[in-house]
Write a protein that binds this ligand. Structure first.
Ligand code: CTP
Length: 402
C-alpha cells in the first residue's frame, strides 16, 4: 500500500507540451489512493482538457478565481489548508518565475502562495530555457523557499533538440512524493530504525574470468528492503551482483565476494537496529585465485581447492547485543529441523524457511512460500504469494507490526 493513500494532493498543471504526461501522473496518484484536486492555468487548458482531468480525479478542475456560470469563488486559501502536498507538473519557466517572484496573477500561483504543506515542482522546458541564468536563479530561489525540485531529465525535447529539460517521468514524480512522506511521516512503525539487509548471490573468483556463483536473483532481499522502507525504516542493502535497480530510498552497497559482503555488513551493522540476512552466500571460495586465466591443457579431471567462507549471519549475530537478527534457510530436505538448528547455531531471532521443492518457491521466480520459526518456538506458515507480499508478511511478523 502506498503512503500516498488518503493524502490530499493538489496537482498544478501549466502550459507546456509535457502536460499530456500529467494525465498519467494523475492516474498514478489516484491509483496510489490519493485524493487529487487539479488546478490548471489558462494556458495549461490549451494542452489538455479539464474533462479528462475531472473524470480521472473525480473532482471539478479549478482554473479561474471564479466559476464562470455560477460566479462561485474558488478559495485558494481553503485549498492550501486542505492539501497535504502540492505538485506542479509540468512547471514552465514562466510559472517558476512567477512562483519565485510571488506574482499571483492566476489561481495556480495564488494556491502555491497559500499552500501550507510541501510543494514539489517538476520543470519542463527547452534546454536553453532551462539553462538560462534567469531560470536557474528562480529554481534556486524556490529551493531556498523549501520547494522540492523534481529535476528534469535529458533527452529529445518538443523542439526536437536534445538536452536537459524533459519533465521527469510520472513514476519518478510519484516516487519523489512517496519518499518525501516516508522521510517525514513520524507515525510509521519503523521510523527511526536502521535495518541491514544482505541480498543476492556472492561470486568467488577462480581466475580473472571465472567465478563460483549461484542462481540467487536477489528478488527476495530487494523486496524485503522495499517492505522495510515502506514502514519508514532506513535500509542499508548490502547486495551481491544482481540485475535489479535499488529500491527507492534505500542505500545500496554493492559487493562481489562473501568476504566483501562481510566487511560491508559489519560496517553497517554497528549503526543498525536489526539485520535480515537474505543473501545466498557461497559457503566456499577457491583457496587461491589464479592471477592469469587457467588454460585448458592438462589432465582430464581438474580440482579446485576450496576454503571455507566466513558465515556473515553467524559472525554478526554473535555480537548482536539488543539487535534483532533474521536469517533464511534454503532447504531441500528436513526443512523444519534444519531451520530450527540454524536459529540456534547462528544465534538468530527468526529463521525464514524456503523449501526449494515447494511449488512457487525458490530462485528466479517471482513468488515464494515461507515458514517462519522464532527463537520463542513460534512456527508460522504462509501460502504462495508474490515476493513483495511475502516480504511484507515477514516484516510485519518479525517486527510485530500486526
Ligand atoms: N549465511 C551467511 N553467510 C554464509 C552462509 C549463510 O550469512 N557464509 C546466511 C544466509 O544469508 C542465510 C543463513 O545464513 O540467512 C542460512 O543460509 P543457508 O545457505 O541456508 O545455510 P548454510 O549456513 O550455508 O548451511 P547449509 O548450506 O549447510 O544449509
Amino acid at each position: 500500500m502506498s503512503i500516498l493513500k488518503g493524502k490530499h494532493i493538489i496537482l498544478g498543471i501549466t502550459g507546456g507540451i509535457a502536460a499530456y504526461k500529467s494525465v498519467y501522473l494523475l492516474r498514478l496518484l489516484v491509483k496510489a489512493g490519493a485524493e487529487v484536486q487539479v488546478v490548471i492555468t489558462p494556458s495549461g487548458r490549451e494542452f489538455i482538457t479539464p474533462v479528462t482531468l475531472s473524470s480521472l480525479s473525480g473532482r471539478p478542475v479549478i482554473s479561474e478565481f471564479f466559476t464562470a456560470n455560477t460566479g462561485q469563488w474558488n478559495s485558494h486559501v481553503d485549498l492550501g489548508l486542505w492539501a497535504d502536498a502540492m505538485v506542479i507538473a509540468p512547471a514552465t519557466a514562466s510559472t517558476i518565475g512567477k512562483m519565485a517572484g510571488g506574482i499571483a496573477d492566476n489561481m495556480l500561483v495564488t494556491t502555491y502562495l497559500s499552500a501550507k504543506e510541501q510543494v514539489f515542482v517538476a520543470p519542463a522546458m527547452d534546454l536553453d530555457m532551462w539553462a538560462h541564468p534567469s531560470t536557474q536563479r528562480n529554481v534556486a530561489t524556490l529551493r531556498a523557499d523549501g520547494v522540492e525540485i523534481v529535476e528534469p531529465g535529458s533527452g529529445e525535447l518538443a523542439s526536437h533538440l536534445c538536452g536537459k529539460g524533459r519533465m521527469a517521468e510520472p513514476e519518478q514524480i510519484v516516487e519523489a512524493l512517496e519518499q518525501w512522506f516516508l522521510r517525514h511521516d513520524t507515525t510509521l512503525p519503523l521510523k527511526g530504525k536502521r535495518i541491514l539487509i544482505t541480498a543476492g548471490p556472492t561470486y568467488e573468483n577462480i581466475d580473472p574470468v571465472r567465478f563460483i556463483g549461484n542462481h540467487s536473483s536477489g528478488k527476495m532481499g530487494y523486496a524485503l528492503a522495499a517492505a522495510c522502507r515502506e514502514q519508514g525504516a532506513e535500509v542499508v542493502l548490502v547486495s551481491g551482483p544482481v540485475s535489479l535497480p535499488a529500491p527507492a530510498g534505500v542505500e545500496r552497497v554493492s559487493v562481489t565476494s562473501a568476504c566483501e559482503m562481510l566487511e560491508a555488513s559489519r560496517r553497517a551493522f554497528d549503526t543498525c537496529h536489526a539485520a535480515i540476512f537474505c543473501a545466498a552466500v557461497a559457503d566456499y571460495a577457491p583457496a587461491v585465485v589464479a592471477e592469469s586465466k587457467i588454460k585448458r591443457e592438462g589432465a582430464e579431471i581438474m580440482c579446485i581447492e576450496l576454503k571455507r567462507n566466513p558465515d556473515i549471519a553467524a559472525s554478526l549475530s554473535r555480537e548482536k547485543g539488543k539487535r534483532l537478527t533474521i536469517g533464511f534457510a534454503l532447504e531441500t530436505d528436513n526443512g523444519a529441523d534444519n531451520a530450527r538448528r540454524k536459529l540456534e547455531a547462528k544465534n538468530l531471532d527468526w529463521v525464514v524457511l524456503n523449501r526449494l521443492g515447494d511449488p512457487g518457491a525458490g530462485f528466479g521466480v517471482d513468488t515464494n512460500s515461507v515458514t517462519l520459526f522464532s527463537r520463542g518456538g513460534e512456527e508460522l506458515s504462509f501460502p504462495v504469494k508474490s515476493k513483495q507480499e511475502v516480504a511484507r508478511d515477514i516484516v510485519a511478523t518479525v517486527f510485530s507490526l500486526r
